[in-house]
Design a protein around this ligand. Structure first.
Ligand code: NAP
Length: 439
């Protein structure tokens, strides 16, 4: 610890799952954290809504307050762990305006108001830290911001939502349907009473916006993130994926690529269920765990894996940020602003090239394959593989067969037009599944 350096005052806003853990560890490990920071750390209070609410760990009553505004006054470091947009946004702006460094785990706040908050921090030379906002315990923000600052990140594929990974993993390992797997996730506390934010991909989209902005030095607003959830994933698709050596994961994909229409470099950020080979490192992310796979020009592929939620786990990332903030105070100088110098345009999904796996139920009769091949060729989508299922079934009185077609890379615009044409082709009884393929 630097001799005679004054104690740094830490205010924690929120004493719930994460906040209580952070406060408890700050109190319990004060000496060690102080030694690592170079200055003593004094927890000056924890703002909550209800003073009498039961906490996951007991906190000294005298530290609890329902007045976060007063707590911010005089704090050197403010830790926002309340969640939601308001009053979190107002309080973070208040803290930054006072010159305090701010730490937040609030992905919704960053995805909606990131540029406003980073600007406010830059104005006063304060720093905004947010390691816990994506994939909780997994260090991914600091590696992208610092460790890879000398490299050129080209792509990130992340399993950044534990609830959906748990559901898809249960469907894959136990053969459950979506509703059954969701019920299991709810029973275990992985899914909330209203699971919309998780299963419709909103939570993953917020994290994708944060990762893309950071990795590509470009502000990527939430409205530029394409989003599809997992409610349409069926047990049949999971089984078919297994048969073809794949697994279905909800991926947040952030990619620096060329716009298929304009030929210009840009950023594509998207969240959707994706087929990946069972041998891909991301396929090993089981249960409610998170994993982030990063490709960088010089470093090559990197894989980050671990707990994406939980009080102590998230507190670990928050405490790391508190130590970083304290070290910065001791070292002096302004905070490092968020880098958006590349300012790349966002590429709409229709201008992105994807590989698709399309499953068709067709009439089993001569000329069908030629008709299907004609539809693909007419839309300039090239077929990589085609498998016809051995078993044929009776449907609507006719002999039918199932075709699983994997395309080469083709623009989403052309593949979507191909699917529409297939749906209207008389030999196609149904387009039973369409999934994007990565890896
Ligand atoms: P939580 O358990 O719901 O806790 C929220 C805390 O904020 C509670 O202590 C609550 O007070 C307090 N609070 C809410 N509104 C307030 C207000 N207007 N004034 C004063 N206090 C207020 O939430 P959490 O799970 O700890 O999550 C906190 C943040 O971490 C969120 O942004 C979340 O997205 C993020 N995060 C959480 C996890 C996780 O595993 N939980 C993982 C990664 C990131 P009362 O206790 O009195 O109600």
């Amino acid at each position: 610890m630097r001799e005679n350096y004054r104690k740094l005052r830490v205010a924690v806003l929120g004493g719930g799952t994460v906040g209580a853990q952070v406060a408890h560890r700050l109190l319990d490990n004060a000496d060690e954290l102080g030694s690592r920071s170079g200055a003593g750390l004094e927890l000056i209070g924890v703002a909550v809504r209800d003073l009498s609410a039961k906490r996951s760990v007991a906190l000294p009553k005298k530290l609890l307050t329902t007045d976060p505004h007063s707590l911010i006054v005089g704090a050197d470091i403010v830790v926002e762990l309340m969640g939601g947009l308001e009053p979190a946004r107002t309080l973070v702006l208040e803290a930054l305006a006072s010159g305090a460094d701010v730490i937040t785990a609030n992905k919704a706040l960053l995805a909606e108001h990131g540029p406003e908050l980073f600007d406010a921090a830059a104005k006063v030379g304060a720093q905004l830290y947010y390691e816990a906002a994506v994939a909780a315990a997994i260090p991914i923000i600091r590696p992208l911001r610092d460790s890879l600052a000398g490299d050129h990140v080209t792509k990130i594929m992340g399993i950044v939502n534990g609830t959906t990974n748990y559901i898809l993993d249960e469907m894959d390992t136990l053969g459950l349907g979506f509703e059954e797997a969701l019920a299991a996730a709810t029973d275990l506390g992985y899914a909330e009473a209203d699971p919309t934010a998780d299963i419709e991909g909103y939570d993953a989209a917020q994290k994708a916006s944060i990762l893309s902005s950071l990795a590509f030095h470009t502000a990527v607003p939430l409205v530029d993130v394409y989003r599809e959830g997992i409610t349409g994933v069926s047990a049949g698709q999971i089984e078919a994926a297994k048969r073809s050596g794949h697994v279905i994961k909800l991926l947040a994909i952030c990619e620096r690529r060329v716009d298929a229409h304009t030929g210009q470099e840009g950023v594509s950020t998207r969240v959707h269920p994706t087929l990946i080979p069972r041998t891909h490192p991301l396929a090993a992310a089981r249960g409610a765990n998170n994993a982030v796979y990063v490709e960088a020009e010089a470093a090559g592929p990197l894989m980050f894996y671990g707990a994406g939620a939980g009080g102590p786990e998230t507190a670990s990332a928050v405490l790391g940020d508190i130590v970083s903030a304290a070290r910065r105070h001791v070292a002096g100088g302004p905070g490092v602003g968020e880098s958006t110098h590349a300012d790349l345009p966002s590429i709409p999904l229709s201008h992105v090239e994807s590989r698709l796996q399309i499953t068709l139920v067709v009439a089993d009769q001569p000329g069908v394959l030629a008709a299907i091949a004609g539809v693909f060729s007419e839309h300039q989508v090239s077929v990589e593989t085609l498998h016809q299922s051995v078993a044929t079934t009776e449907e609507a009185g006719a002999q039918t067969a199932t075709l699983v077609i994997q395309t080469h890379l083709a623009s989403e615009e052309r593949t979507q037009a191909t699917i529409t044409a297939l749906e209207h082709n008389p030999v196609v009884l149904s387009v039973s599944s369409v999934l994007r393929v990565e890896g």
